[in-house]
Design a protein around this ligand. Structure first.
Ligand SMILES: Cc1ncc(COP(=O)(O)O)c(C=O)c1O
Length: 470
């Protein structure tokens, strides 16, 4: 594969003059201390391929968090002293950066929450309670993360609303014919993910939103797996709501965003009551503050939100187009190399163009948790499980996959290590030096006489009883 590491092509007047045309993952990696720690004795260097769950953090974000706590830690919006003013300004500046990043019409349309889960629950509980009537239809899809299913089930049950879902096609795309048919029933709300965390499928969001609007629905777009990876323009997409998880886009855990059109947010009741979200409190009655404060009850994650703003600065410096190109190239290279593995099934669309940098797969009848646990012995971090998408797994006829996901700091060499690691998985599980799945008998971990991988089985049993984080 052609190297992703390209020389800087300078143009005379461009403001991006000093930036390379493509992203240099190896250079980017040096900004991430966790990725350049010397390997522990006896271990290989870390290959981190689980950014779809949570990305690593660059020095600038870690430094921003430290600076907040060291230099200007204070509660915001309520202090009249200097420190509080500095913290408030930094917090509100982060909101402005987020608004620019997704091209919101105003920072007031960006509400700080902890993560996508909280953003989606906010819409379900606030908009849903105020707008859903018995018999109304709420639509989501078969490829959703649980956080874009369960909140709708909860509010639908409370309000007596009906649910419908858009199924997936055999190659892991949304069945848009079924989508059109469901829209004919006039749903009140349509919620879907921009990019699937379990498959990497990039959904045709703009087209789907236009159709849903034409059918009279409000549209909630789950941006957890899109906003970290490519430029998302909420005005161009015309979504009514968009959710973001800062921890998946180089930011700290604890800072996420709900974008909502101001007209909708203004008309919605608060989600939580308490400090900061009020205009006037009397003993018998309270009036609400304007958005975004109306939805930000209590003390927010000030440092984390500021850190998210810095993560966005960092992504902007890399350039979101370059970020996306880098991931698509890595994803395409991974698909090419991984297809050579005997017995592999890769889920999601065939064409790399319809996919993000997520590769979800099974290896013959080796359990995905065994694959991940054996890769971990080579210090390759991948995710295994149902990825908080049990309906999707059911549609695929499996219980779990192993998932490798790529981000700005990954390189083609990481893909090579992964592929070598997967050959190692075959060797461990079959005891054969040169595996072919047609001839190899895969020995279940529980049957292995040396007991080496008993811990994998124990982990699997434990995982089986939890709703492991995606
Ligand atoms: C598509 C999608 N939606 C929602 C979520 C939930 O995100 P969070 O755990 O940050 O709330 C995830 C997390 O992986 C996801 O991938």
């Amino acid at each position: 594969m052609a190297s992703l590491v390209q020389p800087v092509h300078e143009t005379e007047t461009s403001s991006e003059m000093a930036q390379p045309q493509t992203l240099d993952g190896a250079r980017v990696r040096t900004d991430f201390p966790i990725l350049i720690h010397p390997a522990e004795p006896g271990r290989q260097s870390l290959i981190f391929l689980d950014s779809a769950a949570s990305s690593q953090k660059p020095n600038v974000v870690i430094d921003a968090l430290t600076a907040y706590y060291r230099d200007y830690n204070a509660n915001i919006h309520r202090g009249v002293y200097h420190l509080s003013e500095v913290a408030t300004t930094a917090f509100e500046d982060a909101r402005k950066k987020i608004a620019r990043f997704i091209n919101a019409a105003s920072p007031r349309e960006c509400i700080f929450v902890r993560n996508t889960t909280e953003a989606l629950n906010l819409v379900a509980q606030s908009w849903g309670r105020a707008n859903l009537q018995p018999g109304d239809l709420v639509v989501f899809t078969e490829m959703e993360h649980h956080s874009n299913i369960v909140p709708w089930q909860m509010i639908a049950e409370e309000r007596g609303a009906r649910l419908a879902h858009v199924p997936i096609t055999a190659d892991g795309r949304l069945n848009l014919d079924r989508f059109d048919e469901i829209l004919e029933e006039g749903p009140k709300l349509v919620a879907f993910t921009h990019v699937s965390n379990g498959l990497g499928t990039v959904n045709p969001a703009k087209e789907m939103i236009a159709k849903a609007h034409a059918a009279g629905a409000v549209v909630v777009l789950d941006g957890a797996q899109s906003t970290p990876h490519f430029a998302v323009d909420v005005q161009d997409l015309d979504c009514d709501f968009l959710s973001m998880s800062g921890h998946k886009m180089l930011g700290p855990m604890g800072a996420g965003v709900l974008y909502g059109k101001k007209s909708l947010l203004d008309a919605m009741p608060p989600y939580m009551g308490g400090g900061s979200m009020i205009r006037k409190v009397e003993l018998g009655h309270t009036t609400w503050a304007d958005v975004p404060a109306k939805f930000e009850a209590g003390t927010p994650s000030v440092g984390d939100s500021i850190g998210l703003g810095v993560a966005i600065d960092y992504l902007n410096e890399l350039g979101m187009d370059r970020v996306w190109q880098h991931e698509q190239e890595l994803g395409a290279y991974a698909l090419d190399r991984m297809r050579e593995l005997p017995g592999i099934v890769i889920y999601g669309p065939e064409s790399a163009e319809l996919r993000s940098g997520v590769v979800s797969f099974t290896l013959g009848d080796i359990h995905p948790h065994d694959v991940a646990a054996i890769l971990d012995e080579q210090n390759i971090a991948v995710r295994a499980g149902h990825h908080c998408a049990q309906p999707l797994m059911r549609a695929l006829g499996i219980v779990a996959t192993t998932r490798a996901s790529f981000y700005v700091y990954n390189t083609p060499e990481d893909v090579d290590r992964l592929v070598e690691g997967l050959y190692g998985v075959y060797r461990t599980m079959t005891g054969q030096p040169s595996p072919t799945m047609s001839s190899a008998r895969v020995v279940p971990v529980s049957e292995k006489s040396d007991g080496d991988h008993a811990p994998c089985r124990a982990k699997w049993d434990a995982w089986n009883h939890t709703d492991e984080k995606q």
